[in-house]
Design a protein around this ligand. Structure first.
Ligand SMILES: [Zn+2]
Length: 271
């Protein structure tokens, strides 16, 4: 499991003002693994509430997974057929990379297992994976293109996402999960053509926030492309922006305001 890359003080100082006087939030460190596990399950449950808030819920589709911090060959996933807006930490199901449910009281989506287990296995640096069928994600996925660096936010995905162009029906076998993991390579995200988006992160916070941002970048590019010709951020600037916006601190940080909002609205996901 790859830990969050702690930024040095100079990096934080370059991105904020007042960090010499006030603390800039960073992921908590745990000495007790059980405490860490409960905390991370609550973050995963919160990510589903955020997906519901953003309208990323549709029928039985969509799953976010989190590698277990005690047994890293297992991961937590949402139960089948419970609306994202109602998921609690105690509803989550833990499944092994072989597909055995080892903790929890609900069935799970088979595609969630087939795709996410193979990514968790192929990418030890990834601790969380998010996937959903969203309006803008699937519209953009039908173009068979990658996101272009058309804005500061879109630069986050510059040379950092892949296209999986082989839609062969609903994913049911781990062989297809292997193909998706192969297309993803070492990128942060992959566009599944004619299907939707998939993002990863070292933390569930980052994977979920990356997904929210990627979906809105799809929306922006669809709007811009339908209005006229795209003006792209030059290569060197796009790369530099990607390094900053794709850093562990920023990708984790993007989740925090959304977390605060769901916490203020309804904290039942903590249960
Ligand atoms: Zn799907």
């Amino acid at each position: 499991m790859t830990a969050f890359e702690k930024p040095n003080e100079a990096t934080i100082a370059s991105m904020t003002r007042g960090s010499d006087k006030f603390t800039v939030a960073q992921p908590p460190q745990f000495s007790d693994k059980k405490e860490q596990q409960q905390y991370e399950k609550q973050r995963l449950a919160a990510a589903f509430r955020i997906f519901a808030m953003k309208g990323f819920d549709e029928g039985l589709a969509g799953h976010i997974t989190l590698r277990d911090c005690i047994d890293p060959d297992t991961f937590w996933v949402n139960p089948l057929a419970i609306h994202f807006a109602h998921i609690k930490a105690s509803d989550l199901v833990r499944v092994s990379h072989q597909g055995e449910i080892v903790e929890g009281h609900h069935p799970i989506n088979n595609a969630a297992f087939a795709i996410h287990s193979r990514i968790h296995m192929a990418r030890p640096d990834v601790n969380a994976v998010a996937h959903a069928h969203t309006v803008y994600g699937r519209a953009f996925s039908a173009l068979g293109q990658r996101l272009q660096p058309i804005s500061q936010d879109a630069c986050m995905f510059y040379n950092n996402h892949a296209l999986f162009a082989e839609f062969t029906g609903v994913v049911s076998a781990t062989e297809e999960g292997d193909l998706i993991a192969g297309a993803l390579e070492n990128n942060m995200a992959v566009i599944l053509q004619n299907h939707g988006l998939l993002t990863t992160g070292k933390t569930v916070d980052a994977a979920a926030a990356n997904f929210v941002l990627m979906d809105s970048c799809c929306q922006s590019q669809l709007l811009a492309q339908s209005a006229g010709e795209l003006t792209l951020v030059p290569d060197a600037i796009a790369q530099q922006t990607q390094r900053i916006n794709g850093s562990d601190l920023v990708t984790w940080g993007n989740f925090q305001p959304m977390y605060m909002q769901v916490l203020a609205q309804d904290d039942s996901f903590l249960d």
